[in-house]
Design a protein around this ligand. Structure first.
Ligand SMILES: *[C@@H]1O[C@H](CO)[C@@H](O)[C@H](O)[C@H]1NC(C)=O
Ligand SMILES: *[C@@H]1O[C@H](CO)[C@@H](O)[C@H](O)[C@H]1NC(C)=O
Ligand SMILES: *[C@@H]1O[C@H](CO)[C@@H](O)[C@H](O)[C@H]1NC(C)=O
Ligand SMILES: *[C@@H]1O[C@H](CO)[C@@H](O)[C@H](O)[C@H]1NC(C)=O
Ligand SMILES: *[C@@H]1O[C@H](CO)[C@@H](O)[C@H](O)[C@H]1NC(C)=O
Ligand SMILES: *[C@@H]1O[C@H](CO)[C@@H](O)[C@H](O)[C@H]1NC(C)=O
Ligand SMILES: *[C@@H]1O[C@H](CO)[C@@H](O)[C@H](O)[C@H]1NC(C)=O
Ligand SMILES: *[C@@H]1O[C@H](CO)[C@@H](O)[C@H](O)[C@H]1NC(C)=O
Ligand SMILES: *[C@@H]1O[C@H](CO)[C@@H](O)[C@H](O)[C@H]1NC(C)=O
Length: 513
């Protein structure tokens, strides 16, 4: 028993104490390794989140204020080639898809003002420049398209008193308004004087809609928008980073039936709350879309610039009929009937014009709408699908294809002789693709770095710490065990010559030392 005590005393001698210290260090390394393994990515997230928030003076803020991208909008117009036969002989309308007419855009957020509540307000400026090189055709090309102001007025008058319709017919007679107009591409997009709008402006009381006397599908869109958009900077709540707080002071749209459908809690399409997963739903809001559009994860894509990203797209039932997707009931405030599958009725955002949005070539709509006209090829998801690629860690949009078709839902009104032969039809006018392609190398390099370095750093730091800890532990334990053995034999040796244990041990053993 006494020998044991001595042994213990010897174990904690200076020589061995060193190795106990090494054991402690190695355990510390192992613990650190485990902590790094568990928390490293969380720290990276925190650092990234801190970097991206919108704060005056940061690089991210500069990129947000003046996006270093050159978006392009490509417009394809359905030129009607048999307008007379269609009206007079009841033939199927024939359209010729012409274009693309391409405009390059430059975006800038103007009048940026920071609010006290971690939000920032701006007015978006979009400047469009016609790109003759890329376009097929010129802005002066003449096209024949349905007369949208007129057909809107006649379709709306369907439920009005009969005398009103008759009055309308004679006014249109006097003004020589016809169901199809022949205008240049530039006019169709950027505005031409419309006699009906001019009349309406003079006649209709001021507060009743129609603020313009010109009609154009992109009328007033070239320049700085008057809409005040307030978005969250992410400083207080990163999960709302880049989401709209208010749009012209409103947090919700007035048009739809429930809170969810009226919500404006959506991105403008450039930045999203970071840490996007396969389960995330991204929402984007555009004023002309009249609602926020939910986007779901499709697949992981590795792009040319080697920034791994997630592709998000509207789910196929986003514009489904109420029968297929009961959630869409909220978008049908005056129904039933509600808009058919594949269409979204934006009439409430378009001065009550019967405008239906769809995807190009009636993608995701019943084929009967496409075949009601001649000249539209079957939809091809590659060319006609709407999608957006985001960098999931930072929530930055890398590229996008916003593809939308504008259609006019014409109702037949027999009392108005000009349009008496214009049947009920969903008439496509044009479709466009707004494309953003990749960010400058400066940014993608940073993103690649942010994407590639943390996992490597994570793995190597964890690996090194654990390996170091384990190796040190093994060495220390080995030394301790060996030291203990040697000590015990040393001790035994010294014990033999000592007075207490002389008789216990055979002399021969000791003599060899
Ligand atoms: C559009 O169609 C009309 C005939 O309906 C034709 O005169 C015109 O040249 C066409 N425009 C283009 C750009 O092809
Ligand atoms: C309309 O149809 C009639 C007979 O079906 C034909 O004679 C006439 O040429 C057609 N008109 C046009 C503009 O095609
Ligand atoms: C950002 O800071 C600069 C200089 O400090 C200042 O001139 C500018 O007005 C600020 N911008 C905003 C949007 O507050
Ligand atoms: C933040 O401030 C802006 C401007 O004062 C205001 O429009 C917005 O409603 C506020 N948002 C919140 C969440 O308080
Ligand atoms: C848009 O406005 C800019 C100047 O503000 C002008 O140079 C450009 O031609 C306009 N684009 C179109 C399509 O009208
Ligand atoms: C936008 O804000 C400015 C200044 O705060 C205000 O004068 C203007 O009326 C607002 N515009 C809209 C469309 O609400
Ligand atoms: C995504 O959702 C699925 C099913 O709802 C669930 O099993 C999975 O754990 C979720 N993944 C993440 C990353 O949240
Ligand atoms: C579109 O919505 C308006 C207003 O809610 C409604 O009057 C119209 O009938 C709808 N059109 C279609 C084609 O559903
Ligand atoms: C398309 O519409 C036609 C006629 O309206 C209908 O018979 C057909 O079942 C519809 N097809 C699909 C796939 O819904």
């Amino acid at each position: 028993m006494k020998g044991r005590e001595k042994l213990c005393a010897k174990l904690s001698s200076a020589f061995l104490r060193k190795w106990w210290f090494v054991v402690a260090i190695s355990i510390l390394f192992i613990l650190l390794g485990i902590i790094v393994a568990i928390f490293f990515m969380t720290w990276v997230k925190l650092v990234i989140n801190h970097q991206i928030i919108l704060k005056n003076g940061t690089q991210a803020f500069g990129w947000w204020a003046k996006p270093p991208v050159t978006p392009r909008i490509s417009i394809y117009i359905y030129n009607v080639t048999n307008a007379d036969e269609f009206l007079n002989n009841g033939s199927k309308p024939i359209v010729d898809e012409i274009g693309p007419y391409i405009y390059t855009e430059s975006w800038e957020r103007k009048n940026i003002r920071f609010n006290d509540n971690n939000t920032v307000t701006y007015n978006l400026q979009k400047i469009y420049m016609f790109d003759e090189e890329l376009s097929v055709g010129s802005e002066d090309d003449v096209v024949v398209v349905p007369n949208i102001p007129m057909l809107s007025a006649t379709s709306q008058s369907k439920h009005a008193a009969r005398f009103l319709r008759l009055a309308m017919a004679s006014i249109m007679d006097i003004l020589k308004i016809k169901p199809f107009v022949e205008v240049s591409v530039g006019q169709l997009l950027w505005g031409y004087e419309d006699p009906l709008l001019k009349l309406a402006k003079d006649v209709v009381p001021k507060e009743q809609k129609l603020p313009y006397e010109e009609f154009g599908l992109m009328y007033n869109k070239n320049g700085t928008s008057k809409d005040n958009v307030t978005v969250f900077t992410g400083a207080s709540d990163i999960t709302r980073f880049g989401l709209i707080d208010t749009f012209n002071g409103e947090t919700h749209l007035p048009h739809w039936l429930n809170e969810q459908c009226n919500s404006l809690s959506a991105s403008d399409g450039s930045i999203f709350p970071p840490s996007i997963t396969h389960n995330s739903t991204l929402y984007i809001y555009d004023k002309d879309l009249c609602r926020r559009l939910p986007l779901k994860f499709q697949k992981e894509v590795t792009r040319e610039d080697r920034v791994p990203s997630y592709r998000f797209a509207p789910s196929p039932d986003v514009f489904a009929s109420v029968a297929e997707n009961p959630d869409n009931m909220c978008f049908c405030p005056h129904g039933p009937p509600c808009s058919p599958s594949g269409f979204f009725n934006v009439s409430l955002c378009q001065f009550d014009s019967p405008v239906l949005l769809s995807f190009p070539h009636f993608y995701l709509a019943n084929d009967s709408y496409r075949t009601a006209l001649d000249g539209i090829s079957p939809p091809d998801p590659e060319k006609h699908k709407f999608y957006l690629d985001v960098q999931p860690m930072m929530g930055t949009a890398l590229s996008a294809r916003a593809r939308v078709q504008i259609n006019l839902a014409v109702s037949q009104v027999v009392d108005i002789k000009q349009v008496a032969t214009f049947p009920d039809i969903v008439f496509p006018i044009l479709w466009f693709e707004e494309a953003v392609d990749g960010l400058p190398e400066e940014i993608t390099n940073l993103m690649r770095l942010a994407n590639e370095v943390p996992p490597v750093a994570h793995a190597s730091m964890t690996g090194i710490l654990l390996a170091l800890g384990i190796i040190l532990l093994i060495i220390a334990v080995w030394r301790l065990v060996r030291g203990a053995n040697r000590l015990s034999s040393l001790h035994l040796a010294s014990g033999h010559v000592g007075p207490t244990q002389t008789k216990d041990l055979p002399m021969s053993n000791v003599d060899r030392h």
